[in-house]
Write a protein that binds this ligand. Structure first.
Ligand code: NAP
Ligand code: GLV
Length: 327
């Protein structure tokens, strides 16, 4: 009998075909809304495999409702929505999609950086609203990008890919990470800062690429924002809760930093009433860091390959708790 799999959203056909060939798939086959919790609980009662998204909380309560679960695969690289420790205690592999989304997400981080520095959405609104009367010396003047200093918080796969782009703009590259990155230092003439405070004080652009963990939650708050330059731009394409949004809103409203480019929020989806969306010096996007057709398809396929391999007792291409795998 093929294993029972529950799929929490509509995914690209190529990935769905991989699942259908190997499993008995039940699905919440829609783009939106997300699967209601009662439907999910009902479905996981029988499921051996769960294919989920970052919008699905795979917590202790859900795991308790899933007695037959043998594998969890998320179509994302971040897995802060999953209680990995609880899965590990039950011997359940948790799989994710590292690598295939690195370049697309780095592209988007750089797009936000440039849009915030050069006030691109604000300038477009100005034109579309019929406010353009004449060329003026300081009209909509922004901050230089070329030749400035970028501070990468979390120089992993995506952080390093942003660093490579920054070198192309002649930027000086600073970074933090838990461990040194000698290859990155050599390739991008990057320098590891002794502390986050050192990076914040020196950088013209601070870009966040660390995962959401208990250590990184609110790693950028009022104290950290006060250490940044008044001309600095903060970019967050990692996870919203890395930043204390109330403190960021105050810093931007009082022009204590120049601007922010945000793809992620503490609570998603953010609504138009969100205080950060009312500020002219904020460029915002609805969590689309990896959203290109090719990248989302590659993520969906990798997540399917991970789940099928785990359910068939093979080593999945990407597993965050490999200690549960046999051999
Ligand atoms: P990664 O390769 O694991 O990189 C994460 C980096 O963060 C690592 O270098 C790690 O250091 C560092 N780090 C961990 N804790 C830290 C701390 N307390 N202070 C400073 N650095 C710390 O992951 P990735 O593939 O680049 O992805 C990074 C994150 O981006 C994901 O977790 C996800 O949340 C987010 N993301 C968002 C989107 C989007 O659509 N907006 C798309 C993709 C990913 P070590 O290397 O020394 O361990
Ligand atoms: C997206 O946010 C991801 O973690 O892949």
């Amino acid at each position: 009998m093929p294993p029972a799999v529950f799929l929490t959203r509509r995914i690209p056909e190529q990935a769905r075909a991989l699942l259908d060939a190997a499993a008995d798939v039940r699905a919440w086959d829609r783009e939106e809304p997300p699967v209601p919790r009662d439907v999910l609980y009902d479905a996981v009662a029988e499921a051996e495999g769960l294919y989920c998204l970052l919008t699905d909380a795979v917590d202790a309560e859900l795991l308790a409702a899933a007695p037959r679960l043998r594998a969890v695969s998320t179509m994302a690289v971040g897995y802060d929505n999953i209680d990995v420790a609880a899965c590990t205690r039950r011997g359940i592999p948790v799989c994710n999609t590292p690598g295939v989304l690195t370049e697309a997400t780095a592209d988007l981080a750089f797009a936000l950086l440039m849009a915030a520095a050069r006030r691109v959405p604000e300038a477009e609104r100005y034109l579309r609203e019929g406010r353009w009367r004449t060329w003026s010396p300081m009209l909509l003047a922004g901050q230089d990008v070329h030749g400035r200093t970028i501070g990468i918080v979390g120089a992993g796969r995506i952080g390093q890919a942003v660093g490579a782009r920054a070198r192309g703009f002649g930027m000086e590259v600073l970074y933090t990470a838990r461990s040194p990155k000698p290859d990155f230092e050599a390739a991008c003439q990057a320098r590891r800062c002794a502390s986050l405070d050192e990076l914040l004080a020196a950088a013209d652009f601070v870009t966040l690429h660390a995962p959401l963990t208990p250590e990184t939650r609110h790693m950028i708050g009022g104290r950290e924002l006060a250490r940044m330059k008044p001309t600095a731009v903060l970019v967050n394409t990692a996870r919203g809760p890395l930043v204390d949004e109330a403190a960021l809103q105050r810093a931007l409203a009082e022009e204590r930093i120049w601007a922010a480019g945000l793809d992620v929020f503490e609570r998603e989806p953010a609504t138009p009433e969100h205080p950060l969306l009312r500020l002219p010096n904020v460029v915002t996007l609805p969590h689309i860091g990896s959203a290109t057709v090719a990248t989302r398809t590659a993520m969906a396929v990798l997540a399917a390959e991970n789940l099928v391999a785990a359910l068939q007792g093979r080593r999945p291409p990407a597993c965050v708790n490999p200690e549960v795998l046999a051999g």
